[in-house]
Design a protein around this ligand. Structure first.
Ligand code: AP5
Ligand code: MG
Ligand code: ZN
Length: 220
């Protein structure tokens, strides 16, 4: 199964994709995590992406598309994937459809996680992520067991430089202009599942898994 997770910055794509991927035995591919790992490792890819990410704008398609399509074509993705943060615009969605079609595959579902703007900003300003494995935490909603350390790998937690109020607002603006049109793109293809992203993390996971199980499409 090939699933795309759509939603604004802070909607819970990373949090939910990790859980749902584990539950459905899919590979979780997060474009933002791939870029942040490259920055941590000081690779050429990281150097190219850094200045765009710091400004809260999209990394050019010429860089992003190759990176994600390369990853999705790896042998471990044969059983299906959840894409988190990709596609981010129409060009990326078309490139994705094209490469999957060449492998006789298709995107089965697009899960759109809907959260109010006020809640998004509250989530982002209190998010901490693991420098090593990228797991997101929240000072109130999902704190780590030991402050400053990742529950999964013991890695150091830090606040993303693009999670300041100004940068988060910029990312939201970019999302509304460039990514939100994908909601109609997937609705038009009959693949959209709209899920209420507010409530506890477990409640939202349950809603997503139930919606995917039932395959109830939202008529828009
Ligand atoms: P990316 O890393 O993809 O960031 P984003 O889309 O802005 O989304 P976030 O990661 O901020 O939010 P999320 O939905 O994953 O929320 P999370 O689960 O962490 O992209 C960053 C940058 O990389 C971009 O600006 C761009 O420059 C570049 N980039 C990436 N992909 C690209 C592409 N395809 N093309 C071009 N450029 C690209 O949750 C947020 C917080 O809320 C956490 O603290 C979490 O613990 C908490 N939380 C989650 N769920 C709940 C809940 N139900 N209740 C309460 N708190 C919750
Ligand atoms: Mg994320
Ligand atoms: Zn970790």
């Amino acid at each position: 199964m090939y699933i795309v997770f759509l939603g604004a910055p802070g909607a819970g794509k990373g949090t939910q994709a990790a859980t749902v991927a584990q539950e459905l035995k899919l590979v979780h591919i997060a474009s933002g995590d791939l870029f942040r790992q490259a920055i941590e490792q000081g690779t050429e890819l990281g150097l190219r992406a850094k200045s765009y990410m710091e400004r809260g704008i999209l990394v050019p398609d010429s860089i992003s598309i190759g990176m994600v399509l390369g990853r999705i074509s790896a042998p471990d993705c044969e059983g299906g994937v959840i894409l988190d943060g990709f596609p981010r615009n129409l060009k990326q969605a078309e490139a994705l459809d094209e490469i999957l079609a060449k492998q006789a595959k298709t995107i089965d579902r697009a899960v759109y996680i809907l959260v109010s703007e006020r809640e998004l900003l509250m989530r982002l300003s209190r998010r901490w992520i693991c420098r090593n494995c990228q797991t997101p935490y929240h000072t109130i909603n999902s704190p780590p067991k030991v402050w400053g350390k990742c529950d999964r790998c013991g890695g150091e937690l830090y606040q993303r430089p693009d999670d300041t109020v100004d940068k988060a607002k910029k990312r939201l603006e970019v999302y509304l202009n460039e990514t939100a049109p994908l909601i109609d793109y997937y609705a038009g293809a009959g693949k959209l599942l709209e899920v209420d992203g507010e409530g506890s993390i477990d409640e939202v996971s349950w809603r997503i898994i139930t919606a995917l199980g039932k395959g109830e499409f939202i008529a828009r």
